[in-house]
Ligand binder design. Structure first.
Ligand code: ZN
Length: 295
């Protein structure tokens, strides 16, 4: 029986994303009947995850940024917003960025007067980020840190975790009394026009002919809905202090063109930002500020 890694629901069904096969690992995406999130079944082993997130992943995803490549404007605006929230609550405080990637949060946090440190899964990644940012970047086991931080920041990480509750419980223990967790990431199965159209298109194609399994590595093990995202924190005894839903241009062409996919994305963005979209909580991203302690 497959258990939803977001809400721990035990009932699921097949989903529009179907099956995948990557380097001999066969998987499928199931839809949780309780929270609506999608998740990979079976989950890959730790050894397989280490292989997936090796040097190739670093080269592909972080190198451009580590080498001063073109920055994404939306990422920059989101970073400024999140760092601003943190400074408002903990000016000059210590913050640990877990899954610090190319180190952009570390640099933005330091510029805002915070005292940032990073954490990465692999020592090689931690070294590379530390060299670029001159910040202390830890690697290895989170439990070994033992520090008490005013804030812990985690962005675009939970969807990569087979057991995200284990990670969140570890992060909780790193917080100083009164400390906050800032979590942000994609809501890839939340209501928004673009995602619903992609879903409809895939379902239509699947009705007309059998779709081959995707050959993409299953980097995103969970495709959250807002309900699943909130249930996960609730299960870990985290209380929501603040939450914002919004929509990024990705996935779609970054610049507006007259191509149908681009026009559709523009409409989706407008709808998500409208009063209707806000009331229906449309969007493909979320940022939550949380405190330890049951609701
Ligand atoms: Zn669920």
């Amino acid at each position: 029986m497959a258990i939803c890694p977001a809400c721990a629901g035990s009932h699921s069904r097949s989903s529009y994303l179907g099956c995948g096969a990557y380097r001999g690992f066969d998987y499928r995406y199931l839809a949780c009947c309780r929270c609506g999130s999608l998740f990979v079944d079976p989950m890959p082993s730790e050894a397989f995850l280490n292989e997936m997130y090796g040097r190739d992943y670093l080269d592909c995803h972080y190198s451009a940024e580590l080498n001063g490549g073109v920055s994404n404007q939306e990422t920059g605006r989101e970073l400024d917003r999140v760092v601003g929230m943190l400074v408002e609550r903990r000016p000059g405080g210590t913050v640990l960025d877990v899954g610090c990637g190319a180190g952009r949060f570390l640099m933005a946090a330091r510029s805002a007067g915070l005292r940032p440190e990073g954490f990465e899964r692999l020592a090689s990644t931690a070294d590379a980020v530390s060299q670029v940012t001159a910040a202390k970047v830890h690697a290895g086991e989170l439990d070994a840190l033992g520090g008490q931080y005013d804030a812990v920041h985690i962005a675009d990480v939970l969807e990569h975790c087979a057991r995200p509750e284990d990670l969140l419980l570890r992060l909780r223990r790193l917080l100083a009394p009164g400390g906050v967790l800032i979590a942000r990431g994609p809501l890839e199965n939340q209501l928004n026009l673009f995602q619903q159209t992609v879903r409809l298109s895939r379902l239509t194609r699947a009705c007309l002919r059998e779709l081959p399994p995707t050959t993409m590595p299953p980097y995103h093990l969970i495709l959250f809905t807002l309900a699943g995202w909130k249930a996960l924190f609730d299960r870990c005894g985290m209380r929501v202090l603040h939450e914002e839903i919004y929509e990024w241009r990705w996935p779609a062409p970054e610049r507006f063109t007259l191509r149908p996919v681009s026009v559709l994305k523009e409409l989706s963005l407008m709808l998500s930002r409208s009063r209707l979209g806000q009331s229906r909580r449309m969007g493909n991203r979320v940022v939550s500020i949380l405190a330890a302690g049951a609701c």
